[in-house]
Design a protein around this ligand. Structure first.
Ligand code: ADP
Length: 485
């Protein structure tokens, strides 16, 4: 046991189904390891279709009473859950750092961010307004009401083990839906700890169930079972497409938050120090493993060398190591496969003429560590241009004109986050409107907040999470036509 918690009850090795903490039916389990050290942290159940079906049935049973509560009653329970998350922030952060690898400061920040979605949607629960529409005939009246979609499912990734869950659970529960969650197998303990706190907050049995285990079997049941009315997924585009296809058979609603390939454009008139600061925050947070990470730096010719120099000196100063050490800024990547992908992208770039300015190799802190890296003379024909690297590597591409920058930025099937730095007001508007992305950071590298709509266009996804729009994804419109008046 590497992690010593104030409240050891938060670390659970069983799943929560309909208010019962349970093992897999066949008693099998999966091992969870610390990506920084390789140490075994413990096990969670290896569940499959049968246990998932039971969780769905529990969610269905809990639905009636949950949706019948007033919004204010649901809000009070959510608020209590939020408060418990903050009260247990240190323990939750420790659990996250040992299973995910990110530095403690980032884990603490994620717990606050995760809790913020519960707070936000507790407040929004009370503001699910309908509409009245002027009738189309003298004896008719039209009213539009909003109702919870019903039983929902969430499948979430390992890069933000807490926030990706609360971003779905918050609006779902606020709207009056119940939910079955399937966290990533690399990071299940964070999810289970949130379930412990939800129980303590008084959220009734079955409103949230959590199953861990075989992604394929659980995913097939969640997308195939007709009781489930909506699936919300955050993860890779490849798996998202598969789940979307599976949802088609029962015409489920789907929210998809998939991969990105974020451009980070620096124009000649940018404040370079601000751009470098934004670049560090956007690129190297979570060791480059966020779906809104800058993936491609597009820098105008006139400031290319100066930007590279300033960026490199900041990147060289980043400290790499075990996230439990408070001075560490860059932790490990999640696993060996992630490191291999980063290596492949860097090797491919070098073979095609790019140059490494700093980094470019594995880091000796451990097997899953990679040096924070800057690459120059990157070009369009490299893998690093077209694919999401998901690691601490900044490839810097050169451009000459605004049109060229926009063309390069949009030359991808993805459309989640984008960033640009420049001061000319006309250009700021032109570029902001021309970027085919769901999110644009303008002179800003950190764009995540619960108050704004997060989501992508093109193959980056469907739907929006957070903000006043986020709850709509969990509501159905019903049109009431009243005649004979
Ligand atoms: P990543 O590359 O970030 O690991 P994935 O899309 O593979 O992204 O994983 C995101 C989530 O999807 C995880 O919870 C994972 O277990 C789950 N997942 C992976 N494969 C499948 C599948 N075939 N069906 C359902 N869920 C899956």
């Amino acid at each position: 046991q590497e992690v010593s918690l104030r409240d050891s009850d938060l670390l659970r090795h069983e799943c929560l189904i309909g208010g019962q903490w349970t093992h897999a039916d066949d008693g099998t389990s999966i091992v969870v390891t610390n990506p920084a050290t390789g140490a075994h942290l413990g096990t969670v159940p290896r569940m499959g279709a049968t246990e998932t079906r039971r969780a769905i049935e529990a969610a269905s049973k809990a639905l009636g009473a949950w949706r019948a509560k007033t919004a204010k009653e649901r809000a009070a329970l959510l608020r209590r859950w939020h408060d418990l998350m903050l009260a247990c922030r240190e323990d939750l952060a420790l659990i996250m750092t040992v299973e995910q690898g990110k530095p403690l400061a980032e884990s603490r920040a994620e717990i606050a961010y995760a809790a913020s979605f519960i707070e936000w949607f507790a407040e929004e629960a009370k503001r699910v307004y309908g509409d009245t529409i002027p009738g189309h005939a003298a004896d008719k009246r039209i009213v539009v009401i909003k109702q919870p979609i019903g039983v929902c499912a969430a499948i979430t990734p390992w890069n933000f083990p807490a926030a990706m869950l609360t971003r779905k659970l918050g609006p779902a529960l606020a709207a009056g839906c119940t939910m079955v969650i399937k966290p990533a197998s690399q990071t299940p303990f964070s999810a289970l700890a949130l379930c412990v706190l939800a129980e303590r907050a008084g959220i009734p049995a079955g409103v949230i169930s959590c199953v861990t285990g075989s992604a394929e079997a659980i995913g097939a049941e969640l997308t195939g079972n007709p009781i489930v009315k909506k699936v919300s997924f955050t993860g890779s585009t490849e798996i998202g497409k598969r789940l979307l296809a599976q949802c088609a058979a029962t015409v489920k609603k789907a929210s998809m938050e998939l991969g990105g390939n974020a451009p980070f454009i620096v124009f000649d008139d940018a404040d370079l120090d601000a751009a470098v600061q934004g670049a560090i925050a956007s690129k190297y947070r979570n060791a480059g493993q966020t779906c809104v990470c800058a993936n491609r730096f597009l820098v105008q010719d006139g400031v290319y060398d100066a930007f590279v120099e300033k960026l490199t000196s900041k990147v060289r100063a980043l400290t790499v190591g075990n996230g439990l050490d408070d001075t560490v800024q860059i932790g490990p990547l999640i696993d060996a496969k992630a490191v291999a992908k980063v290596e492949e992208h860097v090797e491919d770039a070098l073979a095609k003429g790019a140059r490494v300015v700093t980094g470019g190799t594995r880091h000796d802190a451990g097997e899953n560590f990679y040096e924070p890296t800057v690459i120059t003379e990157a070009r369009r024909d490299m893998k690093i241009f077209g694919e999401e690297t998901f690691g601490p590597v900044a490839p810097v591409f050169r451009f000459h004109t605004e049109d060229e920058a926009i063309r390069l930025a949009n030359d991808t099937e993805f459309g989640l986050a984008s960033y640009f730095y420049g001061r000319d007001i006309g250009r700021v508007w032109r570029v902001a409107e021309a970027l085919d992305y769901g999110i644009v950071g303008i002179n800003e590298g950190l764009i995540s907040t619960e108050v704004a709509p997060f989501g992508g266009v093109k193959e980056s996804g469907l739907g929006r999470e957070g903000s006043k729009y986020g709850i709509e994804d969990y509501l159905e419109l019903k049109y009431l036509c009243m005649g004979g008046i």
